[in-house]
Design a protein around this ligand. Structure first.
Ligand SMILES: [Zn+2]
Length: 405
């Protein structure tokens, strides 16, 4: 499906010539017989390629009937593509290294680079990217070069489930070079199927002529039997991540329980926020009509602005605290070494300390507001970035303190 370029597109023009003009059949000098015009999207803008096509001057030479294209054309874009390699690599990198969704890629291409690609075009390019990448990853010559100076191999196998409910993807990796060797989705991971993958890894190792010093896995039964069968005598160890996770199971259970307790205690954010917003609206309506219009603009456009009246900055502080606390109680990240509940307790402590500092500041004299509706919140120009920055700084000190659920 040819892409329709809008009229008056401002193309950068680039002429490409054939570098080696000797006829491949008879050796005569070839000459230009035709031009091919191509229009491409590149990250630098629309590009017009003018490809000078050559052929042999001798009508009796088989080289006469065929034209030769400029050698450099393929380095800019593969045949028939509407995008250059640069856009292609950009799409592949965003999709697979950054895990962007297709609509996000599409929007960014349109907004930043003015490249309007349809979603099915992008999804087709991502498939091609995968194919090219897989071919490159499994190129035996490239692999041999990479392993030239590696004395022995350390292999791992693990099953991943990229999407819940889908088949498990079994991945074989080599650790000294930190590279994925191959991956296969197995619908039924029987011992025989798994052993086939391990046998494939053995073939690869033999092809490279390197001994396998060690296998690492989570030691599920199929891995244990398969590796023992294909690699007799090669040690097979637990992956320390799986090992740690198994050992830490009771800790994570206790941590999860503590999270539930904390969430039960820290609630009512919505009510506080609604009250603040209601108060803000009321404050605006109460002001004299002459400045009301201006104040509405101030309140809606920059509620946390430094020039805002004291009541508004107090409201903004409350809303900021609410947002921070909501972020804290919804944070579920972290493994056994950084249990999420522990982090949640530390962060909530920080918020409490921060509020206390504000209260102390207020008591200490410089009372900047006489607005009594929110007695627990200072109107001093605190922002949440202060306690947030401190949180990471004081992590090591605080993480020593244990959490007792
Ligand atoms: Zn010829």
């Amino acid at each position: 499906m040819p892409y329709q370029w809008p009229a008056h597109t401002d193309f950068t023009r680039r002429e490409l010539d054939v570098l080696d003009r000797t006829c491949p059949v008879c050796g005569r000098g070839m000459y230009i017989c035709d031009h091919r015009y191509r229009h491409l999207h590149t990250l630098e803008g629309p590009l017009e390629l003018v490809c000078k096509l050559n052929h042999c001057p001798d009508p009796d030479c088989p080289g006469h009937a065929k034209t030769k294209s400029p050698e450099t054309e393929a380095a800019i874009a593969p045949p028939h593509w509407a995008i250059g390699w640069d856009v292609f690599c950009w799409i592949g990198h965003r999709r697979f290294a950054r895990h962007w969704a297709i609509p996000q890629i599409q929007a960014e291409l349109r907004d930043t680079y003015r490249i309007p690609l349809s979603d099915d075009a992008i999804s087709q390019y991502t498939h091609r990217y995968q194919t090219i990448l897989a071919a490159r990853q499994q190129d035996p010559e490239a692999l041999r070069r990479q392993y030239e100076s590696v004395p022995e191999l350390i292999l791992t196998i693990d099953g991943l489930q990229p999407e819940k409910g889908h088949e498990t993807l079994y991945v074989v990796r080599e650790l000294t070079q930190k590279r994925v060797w191959f991956a296969e989705a197995l619908i039924s991971a029987t011992a025989a199927e798994v052993q086939r993958l391990i046998a494939k890894a053995k073939e690869w190792a033999e092809l490279l002529g390197r001994p396998v010093a060690l296998w690492i896995s989570d030691k599920q039964d199929a891995f244990v039997t398969g590796i023992a069968a294909e690699f007799p005598g090669v040690p097979h160890r637990y992956c320390d991540n799986h090992f740690l996770r198994d050992v830490a199971k009771p800790v994570l259970e206790a941590d999860s329980h503590a999270k539930v307790q904390m969430r039960r205690k820290v609630r009512g954010l919505r009510k506080i926020e609604q009250a603040v917003l209601k108060h803000q609206r009321a404050a605006v309506e109460d002001r004299p009509a002459a400045i009301a219009a201006e104040a509405t603009v101030t309140v809606t456009v920059e509620p946390a602005g430094a020039e805002a009246p004291p009541a508004d900055s107090a409201c903004a502080v409350v809303l900021d605290y609410s947002a921070a606390v909501r972020g804290i109680v919804n944070d579920d990240q972290g493994g056994p070494l950084h249990p999420p509940g522990l982090r949640m307790a530390e962060a909530l402590d920080e918020v409490r300390d921060s509020i206390q500092r504000n209260l102390d500041e207020k008591k200490g004299g410089s009372q900047r507001s006489n607005w009594a509706a929110w007695p627990t919140v200072s109107t001093a120009a605190w922002t949440m970035s202060e306690p947030n920055k401190r949180r990471s700084g004081s992590m090591s000190r605080r993480s020593r303190r244990s959490l007792r659920p």
